[in-house]
Design a protein around this ligand. Structure first.
Ligand code: PLP
Length: 401
């Protein structure tokens, strides 16, 4: 049957009926090991009992009231996020792109409220991904995403990732902020060096511009710290979050210091659904689990073991895997051949992964992955790599061009 969905995704012909922890199960009962987690979303796996309970309990009380009234669950979640981070203020939305929209508006408004309304431009980085709204595709700067959608939203100056001299050159009298992912996810699991982030912080302080970290993909223990910025010791002024915040329930957040958020007064921004009681109940439940003593230690332990085993696989199959990179459980395998081949062979092994830029296959397991499940994943990756190595080693068929 032809689908009536707008065909903006080249979907794989595979549907899941339910999930259990790190596993997704089809209607036919086939079990897939989930190393995509809805692209870094299902941080606690599927059907986590604490999240199911929080959502169903809230569903019995009240779903939605709008931001015209106080939402106590949201006030509690905002307080907890601020307690756990550099931030003083939180605005909730429904997605990552919306969190970025808020961050970008906030940076411009901060400059305007500081008496410098001419400062509206934002320095961004090649390989970035900030979302698919008109403003966030301009911030992303990828020609493929901009093509055909008219003049890009003004005000973004893109420079090579990691190039501090290029950043210095890009900063001018109209610059309001610098926006960066501490680890580029979609861009191919490219990790920003701590000294680069430190140099950005210095430049921001020197020029009175804001440092904005997009942690939509890296937030909530994914990289082995609650937030990736904590790895580098560099504190941003504004941070965007989404994905794992709701563990599968759509929710995003823009966090800021009181100073950076000073221009966002009543009436300057809004959202009908943002921060509704259902989303807030789930967000609080996600935090309950992630903040438990030992949770992040588990992520770090599984990460070290998995990366060791992946390094062995890379050594065994140098014609298949060129590099293993990333932090925590945001891991990239840079493929030698087209990365889609590895994604396909892993799917044949009933393990789902997701591609990224730079010919990388991303491994994004749920953070509750057990050691035996990690070993199972390694065995599946090993078998997929063996098959690819063999296919490429085979001499071309007689008669082939
Ligand atoms: N920022 C980053 C770093 C992301 O990885 C993504 C999505 O992949 C986004 C923003 C956009 O988030 P959403 O798809 O929820 O709008």
């Amino acid at each position: 049957m032809a689908s009536h969905l707008l065909p903006t995704y080249a979907r794989i012909d595979l549907a899941f009926e339910r999930g259990e922890g790190a596993w997704l199960i089809t209607a036919e009962g086939d079990r897939y090991l989930d190393f995509t987690t809805g692209v870094a979303v299902n941080v606690l796996g599927h059907a986590h009992p604490h999240l199911v309970e929080a959502l169903t309990e809230q569903a019995k009380k009240v779903w939605h009231v709008s931001n015209l009234y106080r939402i106590p669950e949201g006030e509690r979640l905002a307080a907890r996020l601020c307690e756990a981070s550099f931030a003083d203020l939180v605005f909730f939305q429904n997605s990552g792109a919306e969190a970025l929209e808020c961050a970008i508006k906030m940076a411009r408004k901060y400059q305007s409220a500081s008496g410098k309304p001419e400062r509206y431009r934002i320095v961004t980085f090649e390989g970035a991904f900030h979302g698919r709204t008109l403003t966030t595709i301009a911030a992303t700067g990828n020609k493929k995403y901009l093509e055909g959608f008219g003049p890009p939203v003004q005000g973004f100056d893109q420079v090579p990732f990691g190039d501090i001299e290029a950043v210095k050159k890009a900063i001018g009298p109209e610059t309001a902020a610098i926006l960066i992912e501490p680890i580029q996810g979609e861009g191919g699991v490219r990790v920003a060096a701590p000294e680069f982030l430190r140099a950005l912080r210095q430049l921001c302080d020197q020029h009175d511009i804001l440092l904005m970290f997009d942690e939509v993909q890296t937030g909530f223990a994914r990289t082995g710290e609650l937030f990736a910025y904590q790895r580098s010791g560099v504190t941003p002024d504004i941070m965007s979050l989404a994905k794992a915040l709701g563990g599968g329930f759509p929710v995003g957040a823009c966090l800021s210091t009181a100073e950076a958020g000073k221009g966002m007064t009543a009436g300057t921004h809004g959202s009908t659904f943002g921060g509704n009681p259902l989303a807030m109940a789930v967000g609080n439940a996600v935090l309950d689990v992630i903040m438990k003593p030992g949770f992040i230690d588990h992520v770090c332990k599984i990460s070290v073991l998995l990366k060791q085993r992946l390094a062995e696989i890379r050594d065994r199959y140098p014609t298949v895997i060129a590099e293993v990179r990333g932090e925590g459980l945001l891991i990239g395998l840079r493929a030698v051949n087209p990365s889609s081949e590895l994604v396909d062979e892993l799917r044949a092994e009933k393990m789902i992964t997701v591609g990224a830029g730079d010919n990388v296959v991303r491994l994004l397991p749920p953070l509750i992955l057990s050691e035996p499940e990690m070993v199972e994943a390694v065995n599946r990756i090993d078998r997929a790599c063996a098959r690819i190595a063999e296919n490429h080693a085979r001499p071309p068929k007689a008669g082939a061009a």
